[in-house]
Design a protein around this ligand. Structure first.
Ligand SMILES: [Zn+2]
Length: 421
């Protein structure tokens, strides 16, 4: 008797329907027409089976913190710094109970949408100290059988503005946080410009000393034009990574300014990113940038297709969900994937298939998930979608009929339609 038998599912790597036997949280056999006694049986009826979605970049501690019942922004979008001020005011009201309540709702929403692993950014700074981290660590434990949670220490108030606080990041990493974070725009030099080099130097130094991966927000802005490589923070990060021998252990989020780079500069930058084996996470940047453009409004999405074509590991993620920085989002990577398809001009059958890989296999690589994917011996973290192909999943926004974590069915969803003609 096994725990779970999934029958009659399909995937982009199988020509015929197949079955999956799951026992003790692990995929034990994948074959056609399996005959096992099982505690539970799911008949997929030809549906698409995917490994669980992976949110590779999400600000879980501030998610769902917008007040009011109507989603959307009450006031027009201010500058990025204006939004940070709003966030600063709001998070002063946060209590551990309130943070845990929101994280609980967020994880439930993510599970409902087929997410089985998340890399969560967590504020650590002199205002909140380790308060958010303590709650996230609790949530990691409480929901250990529902969500694989990885915690990134996010320096919301910078790293070099307040050097006496650097001990906080080390303490956070020694107390259970998994990954060092960075946000290159959060430290200012004396003349008011962004002191991104000092910031990235410090973040890299801490990551190397603590022997953890680094997950950096870089090139979040959208300058009018980039004529030389030294203007790109991602290129500086790539150089640091090579210098420190940290290839494969560093992720660059956003990378929006690459969109402003002259083609020859962009090409060289992409070669550097590849050499440093940086992972890149594109986020809902279409939404954020180019708001002041008076004509030909740019949107600031990074060069997704060119990065992929260069062989770089690229994923996308929700980043901010219903918080002061973005009022949209549902932790739904099928929804975010369709937005990306529009924004990045990814519409061929191959490209649409790539998008689903970006939020499953590619994102899992960023988190370093072992035993991930539809293969015997791997963890049974799976999602069944109400469609037959990854392309259809995106375009029809297919429902996730079953969400399975370590062999347990955590959610079922059904879309109901009736036409009366
Ligand atoms: Zn972020």
């Amino acid at each position: 008797m096994i725990d779970l038998l999934i029958k009659n599912v399909t995937s982009s790597t199988h020509d015929r329907l197949f079955d999956v036997a799951i026992d003790k949280g692990v995929i034990s056999v994948i074959a056609e027409q399996l005959n096992y006694d099982a505690e539970e049986v799911i008949d997929g009826r030809g549906s698409l089976l995917l490994p669980g979605f992976v949110e590779s970049h999400v600000h879980l501690d501030i998610a769902l913190s917008n007040d009011g019942n109507v989603p959307g922004r009450k006031e027009p979008y201010l500058s990025h710094y204006g939004l940070n001020d709003t966030l600063e005011r709001r998070r002063k009201q946060f209590t551990p109970e309130d943070i845990l309540e929101r994280i609980t709702r967020a994880i439930r929403l993510a599970v409902r949408h087929g997410v089985t692993a998340m890399r969560a950014q967590c504020h650590v700074d002199r205002t909140v100290g380790l308060k958010h981290l303590e709650v996230l660590l609790r949530a990691k434990e409480i929901f250990s059988s529902h969500m694989s949670l990885q915690i990134v220490v996010f320096p919301q108030q910078g790293l070099t503005n307040h050097p006496d606080n650097v001990f906080l990041f080390r303490e956070a990493l020694r107390n259970g946080a998994d990954v060092m974070g960075a946000a290159s725009n959060l430290d200012r030099a004396d003349d008011g410009s962004t002191n991104f080099k000092a910031h990235l130097d410090k973040a890299m130094e801490i990551a190397v000393q603590e022997d953890v991966d680094l997950d950096a927000h870089v090139d979040l802005g959208l300058p009018p034009a980039v004529h030389s490589l030294d203007k790109l923070e991602t290129v500086y990060l790539a150089q640091k990574v090579i210098e420190c021998g940290y290839q494969g252990r560093v992720t660059a989020g956003h990378v929006s300014a690459l969109d402003s780079a002259e083609p020859a500069v962009a090409q060289e930058a992409i070669a550097m990113i590849r050499e440093a084996q940086l992972h890149v996470v594109s986020q809902p940047d279409l939404y954020r940038l180019g708001r002041d453009d008076r004509q030909s409004k740019r949107r600031g999405l990074t060069r997704v297709k060119e990065l992929i074509n260069a062989g770089i590991n690229v994923a996308y993620a929700s980043n901010n969900v219903r918080d002061p920085l973005r009022p949209m989002g549902n932790f739904d990577l099928v929804e975010e994937g369709l937005v990306l398809a529009h924004g990045a001009h990814m519409d061929t059958i191959e490209e649409l298939g790539t998008i689903i890989k970006m939020s499953t296999d590619n994102a899992a690589r960023i988190l370093g998930l072992k035993r991930y994917g539809i293969k015997a011996g791997n963890d049974a973290d799976l999602v069944i979608l109400d469609c037959q192909t990854p392309q259809e999943a995106l375009i029809s926004q297919a429902e996730k009929s079953h969400v399975i974590k370590r062999g347990k069915i955590l959610a079922t969803n059904k879309r109901f339609n009736e036409l009366y003609w």
